[in-house]
Every structure is written in structure tokens, then in C-alpha cells.
Design a protein around this ligand. Structure first.
Ligand SMILES: Cc1cc2nc3c(=O)[nH]c(=O)nc-3n(C[C@H](O)[C@H](O)[C@H](O)COP(=O)(O)OP(=O)(O)OC[C@H]3O[C@@H](n4cnc5c(N)ncnc54)[C@H](O)[C@@H]3O)c2cc1C
Length: 405
């Protein structure tokens, strides 16, 4: 039988993290958390942008001083040498307190695993400080799911590569300082073997960024164009022409994100409370009593939130044994992203049409339009980091050992 209860040591650790949160998390940040644009939408919280920046900086500093920004990293790189189970508990406590999770992006972990000593020395401290912003240059107009077909060319010229081509759907490129990209360095090799994982400075001459508008109103996506962009060859992470495998490690990190399960439960609780408050004007009965299908859906979502937690536990168990989750990460990504969509769908059904209006200042709209935002924003989750169909392909082949279709 699986027992999810804490051991004595885990319980002591949980209490330690909790007292850290009690001491250091600014109150306003906690109140603001519900509205923070974690789903890709604009920030919608009650704090001003300046207040929020200040509170975030103070929280970040406290987390950094404990080595908890990159908890798994060795102390010499600013980490805390923390075991996966401890990290998981830390993320749970942060999530329950609605504390923003301060962490390094997945590219940092990829550099930690595959990068040269020079790259580690140059870039890892910046991740801990959080000063540099990074974007991911994988997708191209003709290469999304079939990522190994990327065409952006990098041709060797002395100590540099000269890059030409185009990326698309590049989140955050408009503000990024750096990009990690998959580029083709050997067009004659089989497609998985001629790719290099390269770090590019976004201020390099020859890079231009064109924004794309999303249906949430945000403008976080971009097209990025490269015209004779010079990049030092020493910025390749891992071996030249072996970048596909470096990029795959990155995707395993990206897909195995395990911090979501508690967040799902909190959001559900918020929804349950809201649903209990909504009353029919004539009968005075709670509105949800008229909607048996919504009651059933709410119960289903509750069960699914527990299933999501079990998947997180599975990943954490693997990581505790030093294994990087592979098809298991696809199971987690597939289930969580589809569950997230079902959850937002159930929310707007339960709360009615006003919940779908995207106007936070309209008094009739519940929770400052967070449910409508959420409904729109979760659409993207089954596409980014590999679509649901691609996750199913990975599970079928690498997990179940079925032949490729
Ligand atoms: C929120 C979000 C953020 C993103 N951020 C970034 C980013 O920062 N950097 C970046 O590089 N990219 C980013 N992307 C792009 C994302 O990685 C691609 O959209 C995704 O990989 C799908 O590629 P595509 O859009 O070209 O669709 P396609 O690959 O053209 O797929 C179209 C449809 O065909 C299906 N399909 C394709 N191949 C198969 C197959 N073999 N078997 C079954 N079905 C198949 C797909 O599942 C999909 O439904 C982001 C996307 C989103 C939504």
C-alpha cells in the first residue's frame, strides 16, 4: 500500500519550511497570488506593479539566502544540495502558502548537466541572481512537433557560428537577454544527429523580434529572425551535433514539473467555496443544486487532483533514486495539462456566463475575471512543451514499448 504521509524527518522539514514562509513571505504577496499572471495572462492583482516588484525582490532574496532558488544544486553554485523529497515538500509548502516559487529555469539545469565548466562558471551564478531573462528557441514555422526537422542554420566561421533562420512561438523573446536554441550544424547528417544546442545573446547584431498577440490579450509570443548572427562556438552546450539529446534532457525537465498538484487543489477549493456562495435569486438555493452534471464534474475534478498528486509522487520517487523522468514526465505533463483544462471548463460551467467575461472591472464577473482568464489560458497548456498527441506517442513507444506508427 502506498503511504503518502510524511516520515518523522519529512514532517520536521515541512515544519522548518513553514516557519521560513511565516517569517519571510510578505503578506501582500500572499493576498496577491491569486491574481498573478502565472497562466500567461497580464498581472491582475490588487498591488501596483512597483509594490509587487518590491515584495517579490524581498521574497526572492530570502529564498536565495537559504540556497533554495536552485535547491538541488551543489552549495558551490549557490544551491542547497537538497534531496528531491525535500524539494517536493518545500514546493508543497510554498504552494499551500501561495508563495511565488523562485526557481531557476530548466535551461539552467540543462547547463548544469551538459555544460562545459566555462559555461557553468559564466551562466549559473546569473540564474541564482535572476538578473538575466531567457527564452526558448526551439519551434520554427515548419518544425513544432517534428522538432528534429529544425532548419535554422549555424555555420562554423573560425571560433564562431554564423546563424541564419527563424524561430516562432518564442515566449518572452521580447524581454529576453539570452536564448537557448536548437540549430542545424550539419545538414547532411541524419536529422537527429546534425543539431546543436546553442546559447545566444539576444542583443547580438542581426537578431530581430516580432511579437504575436494571444487570445488572452497578452503579447508574450514572438517570431525571432536571425540574419548573420555571430555566436561563439564555445556557447554550444554539450557536443556539437549532439544537441538533440541535450534538448531532450531539457524537455524532460520541462515536462516533469511536479509543483502543480497542490496548486490544483487550492484552485479547486476556491472554486468549491465560490460555488457554495452562488445562489439562485428566486429560490435562494445554491445554484449548483440545479446542475447535477456540474456537481458530478466537481467530484471528478477532486478525484483527478488526487491522481495528479500521485503522478507527482511517482516522479519524485524516481528523482530520489537519481533517475531523470522520461516517459513518466510525459504522463505527468499530459494528465496535468488536460486536467487543468477540465478544471477551468468545470469552473466556467459552475459559475455561469459572467465567469466567461474577460473584464476584471465588471462587478458581475466573479473573482476579477480569473476564471475566464484561466479558461482561455489553459488552452495553450496541451500544446506548449509538446502537444498531447506527442506525449501519447512518447508514452506508447518509450513507456509501453509499442512500435512507432
Ligand atoms: C503557451 C505556449 C508556449 C510556447 N512557448 C514556446 C517557446 O518558448 N519556444 C518554442 O520554441 N516554442 C514554444 N511553443 C511552441 C510549441 O512548442 C509548439 O506549438 C508545439 O510543439 C506544437 O508545434 P506546432 O505548433 O508547430 O504544431 P504542429 O506540430 O504543426 O502540430 C499540429 C497538430 O498535429 C498534431 N501532430 C503533429 N505531429 C503528430 C504526430 N506525429 N502524431 C500525432 N499528432 C501529431 C499535433 O498534436 C497538433 O495537434 C509554445 C507553445 C505554446 C502553446
Amino acid at each position: 500500500m502506498v503511504d503518502f504521509r510524511d516520515t518523522v524527518e519529512d514532517a520536521a522539514w515541512r515544519a522548518e519550511v513553514q516557519s521560513f514562509v511565516d517569517e519571510h513571505l510578505p503578506d501582500q504577496l500572499q493576498a496577491d497570488a491569486y491574481f498573478a499572471g502565472s497562466l500567461g495572462g497580464p498581472h491582475r492583482g490588487p498591488m501596483s506593479a512597483d509594490q509587487r516588484r518590491e515584495a517579490m525582490a524581498s521574497w526572492r532574496e530570502a529564498v536565495k539566502n537559504r540556497g533554495w532558488i536552485a535547491p538541488a544544486w551543489p552549495k558551490e553554485f549557490g544551491g542547497a544540495d537538497m534531496k528531491p523529497m525535500q524539494q517536493f515538500i518545500m514546493r508543497e509548502v510554498f504552494s499551500e502558502a501561495q508563495a511565488p516559487l523562485m526557481s531557476v529555469p530548466d535551461v539552467a539545469s540543462t547547463i548544469m548537466v551538459h555544460g562545459s565548466d566555462e559555461l557553468k562558471k559564466r551562466y549559473l551564478p546569473g540564474f541564482i541572481e535572476g538578473k538575466e531573462r531567457w527564452c526558448q528557441g526551439y519551434s520554427e514555422p515548419g518544425s513544432g512537433s517534428d522538432l528534429a526537422s529544425v532548419q535554422t542554420r549555424a555555420v562554423r566561421d573560425g571560433d564562431d557560428f554564423v546563424v541564419n533562420g527563424q524561430k516562432i512561438w518564442t515566449s518572452g523573446a521580447q524581454v529576453a537577454d539570452m536564448m537557448f536554441a536548437l540549430v542545424r550544424t550539419d545538414p547532411d547528417a541524419p536529422k537527429h544527429r546534425g543539431i546543436t544546442y546553442l546559447l545566444l545573446d539576444m542583443k547580438s547584431p542581426g537578431i530581430s523580434v516580432r511579437p504575436l498577440a494571444q487570445m488572452t490579450g497578452a503579447r508574450e509570443f514572438n517570431e525571432v529572425f536571425f540574419e548573420d548572427v555571430h555566436v561563439p562556438a564555445s556557447n554550444a552546450v554539450g557536443e556539437i551535433n549532439r544537441g538533440w539529446y541535450v534538448g531532450a534532457t531539457h524537455l524532460d525537465f520541462e515536462r516533469s514539473s511536479i509543483g502543480n498538484a497542490v496548486g490544483f487543489k487550492l484552485r479547486l477549493e476556491k472554486l468549491f467555496n465560490r460555488v457554495k456562495e452562488e445562489r439562485d435569486a428566486e429560490s435562494g438555493r445554491t445554484t449548483v443544486n440545479h446542475m447535477p452534471s456540474v456537481r458530478t464534474a466537481l467530484a471528478d475534478r477532486w478525484i483527478e487532483a488526487d491522481v495528479a498528486r500521485s503522478f507527482s509522487n511517482r516522479i519524485i520517487t524516481l528523482q530520489n533514486r537519481g533517475v531523470i523522468a522520461n516517459y513518466e514526465a510525459s504522463v505527468q505533463k499530459l494528465f496535468s495539462s488536460e486536467f487543468h483544462q477540465r478544471l477551468s471548463n468545470t469552473a466556467v460551467k459552475a459559475l455561469g456566463l459572467y465567469a466567461t467575461i474577460y473584464d476584471e472591472d465588471d462587478a458581475r464577473v466573479p473573482d476579477r475575471a480569473m476564471w475566464g482568464t484561466y479558461y482561455l489560458a489553459t488552452v495553450a497548456e496541451t500544446i506548449g512543451a509538446g502537444t498531447s498527441e506527442i506525449q501519447r506517442n512518447v508514452i506508447a513507444t518509450r513507456g509501453l514499448g509499442l512500435p512507432r506508427g
